[in-house]
Design a protein around this ligand. Structure first.
Ligand code: GLV
Ligand code: MN
Ligand code: MN
Length: 454
């Protein structure tokens, strides 16, 4: 499908704010036209090309399709990065990688003195996940750049496509590792303290994957980027329900992750009688019920709490669990509600363990603040939707994204496309080629404006 900028409107720039002094507006008076933004630019998003690439990437997985698994620094993660570098090379992007493996492809702009605009997302995938989470933001960015190049567009600010390292909390149990580090939301010593399930430290694992640069160089200066925008699937049902093409994300919910370590007493499942048992797993099940209760009883409709992973030691049918370790993922758009849940859960857990003579250690893996999108970028995305005649609404993101951390160092916003039945983090994840095409179109238009924003 070809999308033409209507000749009377074209890409028009209007000075309207200090921070972002250009906005994409179809019909305004007293506009400044920019010679690099062709009024006849035709953006041709090749959805078949992009969808074929989505399938190729999905085939680089450590589980059988249609599910996808790509864990940080695994062979599949490494192969997918190599393949992505090939795509970046094909379209002339200048590639760089930092000590964590954050991968950036730069389309160099005409004025290298200006800070670049960035876009991107992640391609790592939790076990038995889908094809689209994160991938749309990376391969969609590649397609957006290709379509702009094919339309003859020339950026003034450079445009960076970033594939962030480990948005998913797999190997080290912490989400958004790459963007967290880039934005200075995690110090080098906090990074160095990270350990995998196998107790391997991050230096050993990243170096084995080929990333030798110092972790201190991952941090970006807070003036490094002019702005960041991420295309992503909604991972919820609102756009599909309302029959809308695009979600313009105004805020991202605040996640907290707690790690629970319970130590009881093991023994023979037949020989140790019930009175006086210190079964760590039974205590954990009571804590998990309180975790569910915390979210159910919260006054906020956005409160959610989940336990999705647990280790039981020694892990035999006929042995009383002596040690249990599990994580709780607790979220809300509203920070106070999130924090109240966290407190309730900690208090309940310590009471349960006290009553059952179980030793308890609770650590906060992360407790992040929510973020708000930049009003000027939101308006720019909205104007792009109006100009392209795609339907849209503003909404909040209940999932977290690398944008949450990029917002600590530059103005940000996100573009959502519909997810069939709201499915995500499961193999049934699906967005249609037409939905993907519209998302890429809006991303391309927004990048075009931001890259000429001075
Ligand atoms: C991201 O994958 C999240 O868990 O929100
Ligand atoms: Mn995800
Ligand atoms: Mn994601």
């Amino acid at each position: 499908m070809a999308y033409s900028q209507s000749t009377e409107s074209s890409l028009i720039i209007q000075k309207y704010s200090q921070k972002f002094c250009m906005i994409y507006k179809p019909q305004v008076n007293n506009v400044i036209k920019d010679s690099d933004l062709s009024s006849k630019m035709i953006l041709q998003i090749n959805k078949d090309r992009c969808c074929a690439e989505i399938e190729t990437l999905a085939s680089i997985s450590s589980c059988e399709g249609p599910a996808v698994t790509r864990i940080l620094y695994s062979t599949e993660d490494q192969r997918s990065r190599q393949w992505l570098k090939g795509l970046m090379n094909e379209i002339g992007l200048t590639i760089s990688e930092d000590g964590l493996g954050n991968l950036t492809g730069r389309w160099t702009g005409s004025d290298e003195n200006l800070s670049p605009v960035a876009t991107g997302s992640h391609t790592d995938a939790i076990p038995f996940s889908g094809k689209y989470d994160g991938v749309i933001g990376v391969l969609g960015a590649i397609e957006a750049i290709r379509s702009l190049q094919e339309a003859g567009f020339k950026p003034r600010r450079s445009i960076d496509v970033i594939q962030f390292t480990a948005e998913e909390p797999t190997l080290f149990g912490i989400g958004c590792l790459g963007s967290r580090a880039m934005s200075g939301s995690m110090t080098v010593s906090e990074m160095s303290a990270l350990r995998s399930d196998q107790e391997d430290d991050i230096d050993k694992l990243r170096k084995a994957a080929g990333y030798h640069l110092p972790l201190s160089d991952v941090l970006l200066d807070s003036s490094y980027y002019h702005g960041f925008i991420e295309l992503h699937i909604e991972q919820g049902p609102r756009l599909e329900r309302d029959k809308l093409d695009i979600g313009i994300v105004t805020a991202i919910a605040a996640p907290a992750t707690l790690k629970f370590e319970l130590k009881g007493d093991g023994g023979h499942a037949g020989a140790v009688l019930m009175p006086g048992r210190k079964d760590a797993l039974v205590a954990a099940t009571y804590i998990i019920q309180e975790i569910e209760k915390a979210a159910n009883n919260s006054e906020s409709p956005d409160s959610v709490a989940t336990v999705g992973i647990m280790d039981i030691h020694p892990g035999a049918i006929n042995s009383i669990p002596s040690h249990v370790e599990f994580y709780a993922d607790i979220r809300d758009i509203n920070l106070d509600s999130r924090n109240q849940m966290v407190q309730y859960i900690k208090d309940s857990a310590s009471q349960i363990c006290k009553d059952r003579n179980i030793q308890l250690k609770v650590s906060t893996v992360n407790a992040d603040d929510p973020c708000l999108s930049d009003p000027a970028i939101l308006d720019t995305i909205e104007a792009a939707c109006v100009e392209a005649s795609v339907s849209y609404k503003r909404l909040v993101s209940r999932a977290y994204h690398d944008t949450l951390f990029m917002s600590r160092i530059c103005p940000t916003a996100m573009i959502f496309i519909p997810s069939e039945s709201g499915y995500s983090h499961r193999p049934e994840e699906y967005s249609s080629p037409e939905e993907i095409e519209k998302g890429i179109l809006i991303l391309a238009k927004t990048l075009a404006i931001m890259s000429h924003d001075i």
